[in-house]
Design a protein around this ligand. Structure first.
Ligand SMILES: NC(=O)C1=CN([C@@H]2O[C@H](COP(=O)(O)OP(=O)(O)OC[C@H]3O[C@@H](n4cnc5c(N)ncnc54)[C@H](OP(=O)(O)O)[C@@H]3O)[C@@H](O)[C@H]2O)C=CC1
Ligand SMILES: O=C(O)[C@H](O)CS(=O)(=O)O
Length: 485
């Protein structure tokens, strides 16, 4: 382990500027998914510790909201620089707890820094309005103000960048935060506490708690001091949090599950489509909410696409994330492997043909072979269920309208992709697909400059772009009379 990595590997929570353990002394073990070895522990905190963190954030909010946008931007730029100065150590820590290849971890840490820098500047452009008054003797102002204390809950698959695209806009807007990282990958989140301290953020502005998800979640959603909940994770938990947050009418931002279609038309650049397919499917071993879940390939090129995809993903190197050249790490845990195996068994029982992979990797543990299943059919479970693993079901279609109908036949609406060389078709399909994110002849599209977020049961709100700061602001209308005008 890099010496600096251990500096960031905190086995304590940050509450009101102090690094503390759980009141009970209880801890949670953190396991390296590649080696299945315990790498450390974190506190198993609950409602009482979370309440103290919320109260610390509320106290800090009253001064933090009065800092100028420029001052907040200065601190966020220092935070950005601290992340980039420690990118290798933070990436190594991320690989140890999550398992992804080091190259992907470096990219994720870089994306975290990019979100922080983007919102350092967006915070300086939170404009209000001066509206022409309908009354000669009054003036009308519209101002934007930070909502207050926010609660952030993040998933294990991107433990750094998912926090960055919540805390970045929140802090830039003048909010303070209590964040709960996933129990399987807490260290990247706790490292945020170290970085924020070292960048000079005042005590209580950033609080990081680990432990009982339900207890911490209940305190965050029920405590009236918390004015917004921002969550990335499963749709099931997102719905639960929305219900609980309704009790005190909190703002909510939800980045939830996906079921991305990837359409390839006869007129596509086939090699480009295959390259995009590998990128859109196998990043993080298929464990991203924007990974392709269903491939729909037009009849005329179906066999050639399958053949080329099998050949391309056959070159992916499976191994531990810290090993040179690794492109596919382990899945996060045994439950994830069992889910993938269930979906493959369901598909083969319904006529699907495994043409590559299909079983646990020879490396053992939670490593899984990159898999391609031909002759996928709409009655198979992965037509509606998110795979969250390195499996590519390939459906075939004949007509454009059929492809769009099949692609939209899901409760989700996060990301979708399609490849065509026909401009008219590109506009027809782009406008026909009911998704928040659309990749046209591209398989990787996430960037800080663009609003990321789903439709339907994939979520509410946007993260990234200029839109991403809006959810951390309240709009206030002011009517001023008695001016003697
Ligand atoms: N739209 C997006 O950007 C993303 C969506 N996802 C979706 O999430 C799923 C897999 O990710 P996964 O992390 O397992 O999702 P989960 O929803 O199980 O967990 C996400 C976070 O929620 C916490 N959590 C779990 N139960 C509760 C609760 N009752 N109250 C409060 N917090 C709770 C977890 O804590 P703990 O770890 O302690 O259980 C974790 O921090 C997939 O469906 C995937 O598509 C995942 C990542 C990104
Ligand atoms: O959680 C995820 O899956 C991320 O949102 C994917 S991305 O933002 O890195 O594309």
């Amino acid at each position: 382990m890099l010496k600096k990595t251990s500096h960031f590997m905190r086995e304590a929570n940050l509450i009101g500027g102090a690094w503390v353990g759980a009141d009970s002394g209880a801890t949670i073990e953190v396991v390296n998914p590649a080696t299945r070895q315990v790498i450390g522990t974190v506190p198993k905190c609950g409602r009482a510790e979370t309440r103290r963190a919320i109260e610390a954030a509320e106290t800090a909010f009253h001064s933090w909201k009065k800092t100028s946008a420029n001052e907040r931007a200065r601190l966020l730029r220092k935070l950005h620089d601290a992340i980039m100065d420690n990118q290798e150590a933070l990436a190594e820590l991320l690989v140890m707890e999550q398992g992804k290849p080091l190259a992907e971890a470096r990219a994720e840490v870089g994306m975290s820094a990019a979100y922080v820098l983007w919102y350092a500047e967006e915070g300086r452009r939170v404009y209000g309005d001066i509206v022409p008054s309908p009354w000669a003797d009054r003036r009308i102002l519209v101002t934007k103000e930070p909502v207050g204390v926010i609660g952030a809950i993040t998933p294990w698959n991107f433990p750094s960048s998912m926090l960055a695209r919540k805390l970045g806009p929140a802090l830039a807007a003048g909010c303070t935060a209590v964040a709960k990282p996933a129990s399987q990958t807490p260290y990247s989140g706790l490292a945020w506490g170290v970085l924020a301290e070292e960048a000079g953020f005042p005590e209580g502005v950033v609080n990081i708690v680990t432990g009982s998800a339900s207890e911490i979640g209940d305190e965050l959603t029920e405590n009236p001091l918390v004015r917004k909940i921002t969550f990335t994770g499963s749709t099931e938990i997102g719905k639960l949090l929305m219900q609980k947050a309704a009790g005190t009418v909190k703002k909510v931002s939800m980045e939830l599950g996906g079921n991305a279609p990837f359409l390839v038309f006869d007129d596509a650049d086939l090699d480009r489509a295959v390259q995009g397919a590998v990128a859109a499917k196998y990043r993080n071993s298929g464990q991203t909410c924007v990974c392709t879940n269903r491939f729909f390939v037009q009849e005329g090129i179906y066999d050639r696409f399958v053949e080329k995809l099998v050949e391309a993903m056959g070159r992916l190197k499976v191994g531990p994330g810290l090993e040179d050249g690794t492109q596919q790490g382990p899945l996060i845990d045994d439950k994830a492997v069992e889910k993938v195996e269930e979906l493959i068994a369901d598909a083969t029982a319904k006529g699907g043909r495994v043409v590559a992979g299909g079983k646990r990797h020879a490396l053992g543990g939670t490593f899984f072979e990159p898999t391609v299943i031909a002759d996928a059919a709409p009655d198979m479970r992965f037509m509606q269920e998110e795979i969250f693993g390195p499996v590519s079901p390939i459906f075939r279609f004949e007509h454009e309208e059929e492809a769009v109908r099949l692609a939209n036949d899901t409760a989700f609406g996060l990301a979708c992709y399609f490849y065509t060389g026909d401009l008219g078709r590109a506009f027809r399909v782009m406008e026909g697909l009911k998704y928040g994110l659309v990749g046209v002849n591209e398989g990787i599209i996430t960037t800080v400059e663009a609003p990321f977020g789903g439709l339907k049961e994939s979520g509410l709100g946007k993260e990234g772009g200029h839109q991403g700061i809006e959810d951390y602001l309240d709009t206030k209308y002011v009517c001023i009379g008695g001016l003697g005008l």
